[in-house]
Design a protein around this ligand. Structure first.
Ligand SMILES: [Zn+2]
Length: 133
């Protein structure tokens, strides 16, 4: 049986707010000891000289972003990350669509070749030209 990876919804984190360890645990439904370990072992910054420990929302966000990025499976150029499969998948042929955004990114959408879920990724315009001549 594969262990299900936990994803933390960063949208739940309020802007400009200080959290206690207990509040963070509540927020994500995790054990307070997990949060304490983030602080003591995994480098989650806490505000200095606070007891009980307080963590600023921006530090919490940054920490979790980094944590989630580090276990992200990298997609090859032709692959898109499928949320349902939880891994990079090739898009189904003939399902691709491109949307050019005004901010010079290209949104590529398609369907997962395995589970048919909609998948998409945004690519910077310049980068897109390099990779997809
Ligand atoms: Zn899929």
């Amino acid at each position: 049986m594969s262990k299900k990876l936990r994803r933390y919804s960063l949208r739940r984190i309020k802007d400009n707010y200080t959290y206690t360890v207990e509040q963070i645990a509540d927020l994500f439904g995790i054990n307070v000891n997990t949060v304490r370990r983030w602080i003591s072992e995994e480098g989650l910054k806490r505000l200095p000289m606070t007891r009980p420990h307080l963590v600023h929302s921006s530090d919490l966000k940054r920490f979790l972003e980094r944590k989630q990025k580090s276990r992200k499976k990298p997609c090859a150029e032709h692959e898109l990350f499928c949320c349902k499969c939880q891994m990079p998948r090739s898009p189904k042929l003939d399902t691709g669509s491109l949307i050019l955004n005004p901010n010079n990114t290209v949104l590529f959408g398609a369907r997962c070749s395995v589970c048919d879920t909609k998948i998409h990724k945004a690519v910077k315009g310049e980068k897109w030209d390099e990779n997809h001549p």
